[in-house]
Design a protein around this ligand. Structure first.
Ligand code: AMP
Ligand code: TRP
Length: 333
């Protein structure tokens, strides 16, 4: 079966190890399978749900494309494009927002986490963000959506919206109901400063994450300073439940070496953190340093990056404009 893959990444700067291990690594594997048709979108409309500096946003859009390519996505094989350029996304989001229900959005935990007590001051865009995400996916008849675990709920709402539209307008299978592709293990990479918090772009301390543009020295320093606990590493996996920092660091090592947590615990059980951290820095550098150097080279090649976005736009526009035309007919415009 041909898998139609769609995923998006926000151009909000500081792409990090969590983005890589939770999502982009998976994009690359899907891109490498000849049978798949892949679309990777730089979701700038999503980015402006929180305040952005326009100049910085423009740079971040190119840097996100550079990161995709540096990580191994082949623009000859996959479509890479910028969401705001294909106007069908905004249009479809409006139509779908008349299908989605308030009650569904009110359940979204990411919105609640992001706004905290300041709900009244949050933008409407941040609230309705999952509807735009549904529009992204449904316009391309995506069958599979690779994302990190934090996006699971947003995919559920996308499935609800697709089914509701198909039912309300009596158009069986007009929207394909997509399947999430979420890694079973290591789907959520945690902060280096607090093993109970997600590694995130917006965390103030840069020491909390490994950025994909970090140099060798920075990686070594961040791992040295990463939070641990006073005990040696455990020899049994179950003990990790009470030790979030140890679990996270061992998980990162396992994911980078394509191994399992069991095997990693077998190797490092009983050893102290300093020895393990040295090995962890080594595998991080092996993986991240070449990506970091390639990103730094590519961000200066603006014409090359813009050409990729333009070629991607032409292909995406073609698919999305057909689908939105059909949506117009179905709703009676
Ligand atoms: P974003 O940068 O929020 O657009 O996220 C891009 C992709 O990275 C999404 O599929 C997220 O689910 C994934 N992601 C972001 N942070 C993490 C994390 N700490 N662990 C695993 N996946 C993540
Ligand atoms: N909301 C996703 C995130 O923050 C990004 C995104 C937007 C996305 N549209 C999408 C992911 C469509 C998958 C499919 O990570």
């Amino acid at each position: 079966m041909v898998k139609k893959i769609f995923s998006g990444v926000q151009p909000t700067g500081n792409l990090h190890l969590g983005n890589y291990l939770g999502a982009i690594k998976n994009f690359v594997e899907l891109n490498n399978d000849k049978k798949n048709e892949c679309i990777f979108c730089v979701v700038d409309l999503h980015a402006i749900t929180v305040k952005q500096d326009p100049k910085q946003l423009r740079n971040n859009i190119r840097e996100t494309v550079a990161t995709f390519i540096a990580c191994g996505i082949d623009p000859q094989k996959s479509i890479i494009f910028n969401q705001s350029k294909v106007s069908a996304h905004s249009e479809a989001a409006w139509i779908l927002s008349c299908v989605a229900r308030m009650g569904w959005l009110n359940r979204m935990t990411q919105f609640k986490e992001k706004v905290g007590k300041d709900k009244e001051k949050a933008s409407i865009g941040l609230y309705s963000y999952p509807i735009l995400m549904a529009a992204d996916i449904l316009l391309y008849d995506a069958s599979h959506v690779p994302v990190g675990e934090d996006q699971k709920q947003h995919l559920e709402i996308c499935r609800d919206i697709a089914q509701r539209f198909n039912n309300d307008f009596n158009v069986d299978d007009f929207f394909k109901v997509p399947e999430p592709l979420i890694q079973n293990e290591f789907a959520r990479i945690m902060s280096l400063k607090d093993g109970t918090k997600k590694m995130s772009k917006s965390e103030l301390s840069d020491l909390s994450r490994i950025n994909l543009t970090d140099s060798k020295d920075i990686i070594i320093n961040k791992i040295k300073k990463a939070k641990t606990d006073p005990l040696p590493l455990p020899s049994v996996i179950t003990e990790l439940e009470k030790r979030p920092e140890a679990k996270n660091l061992l998980g990162i090592y396992s994911s980078l070496t394509n191994s399992t947590l069991e095997k990693t615990v077998e190797i490092f059980g009983g050893k102290n953190f300093s020895e393990f951290k040295e090995k962890l820095s080594q595998v991080l550098i092996e993986k991240i340093d070449p990506i970091s150097m390639e990103i730094k080279k590519l961000v200066n090649e603006k014409e090359f990056l813009d050409k990729i976005l333009l070629e991607g736009y032409n292909k995406a526009e073609n698919i999305a404009s057909n689908k939105i035309k059909k949506m117009h007919e179905i709703v009676g415009f």
